[in-house]
Design a protein around this ligand. Structure first.
Ligand SMILES: [Mn+2]
Length: 310
């Protein structure tokens, strides 16, 4: 039995579809970092020897093939099996596409989708309107997959999309009216969030801080809401509080920074709290205990505000 294992996000879907278009699989499994790194063995995701793994960290066993672009993905000795790894690739889909398109001419038709995936996965939108530009297939798909019960989406909807994007005319697959309605619904929910979150925003230096003190914001998380209200801020810092523990999410203002910076926010998050991570332009910590929180918060803010002065 051959199994494709991929990440539950847009990059996971497009990476999966590219691989599937070169080699069909009998089974598709979607998973996330938290299940691969889970402390308890009985909750941990189990890889199989025959797996093809994309947009996920290096498996703990030797598999058939592995591809990733997350800086925290490469973690032990160099694999002896086929693999692709480049932490500078804007998406895993890009890494796979660029590596295989010369031998597999039929991948060329996915070029537009890969360009959208680069933009979404590395949070490098050109303008604030690109975030909700439903005329771009990748953007539309990214908004649609976060609507509905996640277990259902991960087990059925996303694997089905991968299969169909790989084997049917992909634009036709994504022109599905239901998918577009789901994307529109998510945009609506983002608008509600953007309005409600206003009262929790404050500026500290060049960083817009989103601190709800554990209170719920209406709608669904719009990652760029801070920048919609403070378009001149260079960074945003979202403070999430749950059961007296804190998580920090920080990202560049992608509408100002269109070129790479010298600090990798994902690596910074991983150094700050083991198990944290992300991409160059966005970092997320693991949970922080209350007694460590004020110091770490200060450190993150000082770091963000000093990157900008170079
Ligand atoms: Mn990715």
């Amino acid at each position: 039995m051959s199994r494709l294992v991929t990440h539950t996000d847009l990059d996971g879907i497009v990476s999966g579809a590219l691989i599937y278009a070169m080699h069909p699989f009998s089974d598709i499994e979607m998973t996330d970092y938290k299940w691969i790194d889970h402390k308890q063995a009985n909750h941990r995701f189990r890889f199989l020897e025959d797996d093809t793994v994309v947009d996920l960290p290096m498996p703990d066993i030797d598999v058939r093939f592995w591809a990733d672009h997350h800086p925290t993905g490469f973690r032990h000795s160099t694999p002896t099996y086929d693999y692709l790894y480049d932490q500078h690739a804007p998406s895993c889909a890009r890494l796979i596409y660029d590596n295989f398109v010369r031998q597999h001419d039929h991948l060329k038709k996915y070029e537009g989708l890969v360009i959208d995936t680069d933009m979404v996965d590395s949070a490098r939108y050109k303008t604030i309107d690109d975030v909700h530009d439903l005329s771009r297939y990748g953007v539309m798909l990214n908004l649609a997959i976060y609507v509905g019960p996640m277990d259902f989406n991960n087990r059925f909807m996303k694997p089905d999309l991968i299969r169909r994007i790989a084997t049917e005319p992909w634009k036709q697959v994504l022109d599905n009216p239901l998918l577009h309605m789901m994307a529109e619904y998510n945009v609506e929910q983002h608008r509600v969030y953007e309005e409600d979150v206003k009262r929790y925003l404050r500026m500290e230096g060049n960083t817009v801080v989103q601190d709800t003190g554990g209170r719920r914001v209406k709608g669904s998380l719009s990652r760029f809401a801070s920048f919609m209200h403070f378009p001149d801020s260079l960074y945003q810092l979202i403070i999430q509080k749950k059961y007296e523990r804190y998580k920090l999410i920080f990202s560049e203002n992608p509408f100002i920074y269109s070129h790479p910076r010298n600090v990798h926010l994902g690596e910074f998050a991983a150094r700050l709290t083991p198990g944290g991570g992300g991409h160059k332009a966005i970092g997320q910590t693991k949970e922080i205990e209350p007694k460590e929180f004020p110091k770490k918060l200060r450190f993150v803010l000082d770091t963000l505000n000093s990157i900008t002065s170079d």
